[in-house]
Design a binder for this molecule. Sequence first.
Ligand SMILES: Cc1cc2nc3c(=O)[nH]c(=O)nc-3n(C[C@H](O)[C@H](O)[C@H](O)COP(=O)(O)OP(=O)(O)OC[C@H]3O[C@@H](n4cnc5c(N)ncnc54)[C@H](O)[C@@H]3O)c2cc1C
Length: 471
Amino acid sequence: MDALQSEIWIKGEKCSGKLTELAPFKGILKSKAALYDYQCQEENRELFRYSHPDGKGEYGFSYHQPLSLEDLINRRKATQEWARMSAGLMGRSPDYMNTLLMALGTAAPHFAKDRQEFGDNIKRLYERARDEDLSITHTFINPQVNRSMGHYLNSSTVTAAKVVEENKEGIVIQGARLLATQGGLTDELLVLPAGGPSFDDSYIFGFMIPANTKGLKFLCRESFCYSDCTFDHPLASQFEETDSIVVFEQVLVPWECVFVYKNLEAMSTVDEETGMYAFLQYQSVCRQIVKLEYILGLCEMIGDAIQIQEYEHVKLKMSEIINALEIMKALLLSSEVNSQPNRYGTVIPASTPLKAAIQYFPGVYPRLIEIIEMLGASGLISIPTQEDFQSEIKEDLERYLQGANIEAKERVRLFRVAWDLSMSAFGSRQTQFERFFFGDPVRLQAVHYNSYPMQPFVDQVQEFLNRIEEN
Ligand SMILES: Cc1cc2nc3c(=O)[nH]c(=O)nc-3n(C[C@H](O)[C@H](O)[C@H](O)COP(=O)(O)OP(=O)(O)OC[C@H]3O[C@@H](n4cnc5c(N)ncnc54)[C@H](O)[C@@H]3O)c2cc1C
C-alpha cells in the first residue's frame, strides 16, 4: 500500500508518505495485514489456502472456485474465521471483492459472448489477482445528485462517471462514482455499471484497474478514528475502513482491463450467468452472523457486569438477538443445502434465502444496536479514558465504576466496546453501512418480490378455493 502512492485526499490534503503510518489509515491496514498473516500461517493452511489443479501454487481461499458443497462449506468456515478477527466489523475484508472476481472470472465465456477479448480479460484479471492475492475496492453507484425518476444524465455537465473517449489504447473515463469503502487502501479498483435504467451506453462499462492509475482520485470522508488508543477507541482504532468518493479525471482504462463495454445485455444477465450476487450475499451473511455472535456475547457480558439478567424485559431483548442469530444461520444453511452448480461447474449458494437474509439484517441491525443502548444505559456514557485511569482520580474510578463482579477498568473496557459499536461516530457509520452496503433496502425488497416464484402459492390458494363447495 505504501509503494502504490495512490492519490488519496483527506481533510483537504493530498496524502503523502507512507499510508501505513498515517493516523486515519494505519489501524485498518494493520488489521488487514493481520488477516493475510493469519492466512499464511502453516497451521491455517488447510482452511485458508488451496492448490489449483494446474499445480502452479497455493492461493487464498476467497479466490477458490467452489466445485462441491464441501468447497462451499469450507469457504464459509474460512470467511467466518477471518470475520472473527474483526468481530464482523470489517465490511470490506478482502474476501468480499475477491469472491466477486472469482464469480466473474470463472464465468469468462459469458463476457466472451460480446467480444472474445473481454472473456480473456476477466479470466486474466481474476488469475492475476488470485496469483498475487490482491485486495480490491469497488464502486457501483452514481453520485447522489438527482434521483428523480425522470432525471436524464445530462452529458454537458458530467457528474456520474462515463466514457468520454475511446481510442486504440482503451477507454477514457470522466466523472465520479461512490462510495468506495477502503477506497485508496486496496491494490485495485473494480467498477461495474451502476444499477437502474440507462439511457446512454457511455455509462455501461466494467473494468478493473490499479488504484494508482493516473487520474484516479480517492476523496475520503473525515476519519472516525479519533485516536489509536485501543482502550479509548477499541473498535475505531482497528477497524475504521474509511469511505471515499472516486473521481476519474480523464482516466485511461487500457482495453486489457475492460470486460464489459456498452453492452446492457451482458450486464442484465450477469447475475444469472455468474451467481455474483449470491456469492456477495453469502460472504456478507457469513460475516453478519459473526457480528451477531459478538453482539449476543457483548450484551450477555453487559448484563452480567451490572446484574440485570433476571429482569423479564432483559430476557426478551436477549431473545431478540438470539432469534436474529438463529434466523440468519438458518438462511445461510438453506442457501448451502439448496446450492446448485452453474454451467461452469461453480457451486452457487441458493439466492432466495440469501436475498431474504440480506433484507432482514438491515432492518434488525438498528434494533440490536438499540438493545445495546437500552441495556448499557448510562454505562455507555460513564466511560473514562485510559488517561483518567492513570491519573489522580484513579481510585475514585476504581471504586465507583466497578461492576457486580468485575473491576472498574475491565468494566469500562467492556462498555467502551459497546459504546464504539453503537454510539460513537464509528458505530453510527456501522449502522448506516449495514443498512445500505448491499444497496437501497427499499429497492432490494422490490427486486426480491419481483423475482420470487409466486405461482405455486397462487395455485395452492386457487385449488383450496376450488375445493370449497358452495352451499
Ligand atoms: C457506509 C457505506 C459504505 C458503502 N460502501 C460502498 C462500496 O464499498 N462500494 C459501493 O459501490 N457502494 C457502497 N455504498 C453505497 C451503497 O451501495 C448505496 O448507499 C446504496 O446503493 C443506496 O444508494 P444511495 O446511497 O445513493 O441512496 P439513494 O439511491 O440516493 O437513496 C436515497 C433515498 O431515496 C430513496 N430512493 C432513491 N431512488 C429511489 C427509487 N428509484 N425508488 C425508490 N426509492 C428511491 C431510497 O429508498 C433512499 O431512502 C456504501 C454505502 C454506505 C452507507
